[in-house]
Ligand binder design. Sequence first.
Ligand code: SF4
Length: 148
Amino acid sequence: MNLLVRLRDELDLSYVFISHDVAMVRQISDDVGVMYLGKVVEIGPWKPALDEPLHPYTHGLRGAVPVPDPSVAQPISATVVGEVPNPADPPSGCTFHPRCPLREDVCVAQVPPLTDAGTPHPVACHVAQREGGRMPLLLAESRAEPAR
Ligand code: SF4
């Protein structure tokens, strides 16, 4: 990682770096695009996108980063529950809806567009687009439960 960062800085390089490791992404990235089931669901400068995520899946990814202190409890509300759906037969509407603690009827019926209308950076989420800056608070208060 250090070599990649040094070469980037010395040679003015750009990388497309793909990882599930949020800590590594923080170290190397200027901008991040978070993908779920093959589609970008949130995109923007890494700091607001990862520190104040607007999409429930990004919130869950962030919560899955182990806390390197055994005296600090992992935040249960931030984890993503349920199974990854079959990409060949994805759920209707927002493909994250079976796992989303904030899902509404519209999420099942309509695909959310990736847009920054009403939000600080682009996100594909009906609730984030309606709630805007309140989204980090709603996510912090949400409890992960699988769809019934
Ligand atoms: S559109 Fe609905 S189901 Fe999809 S991430 Fe947003 S709140 Fe959750």
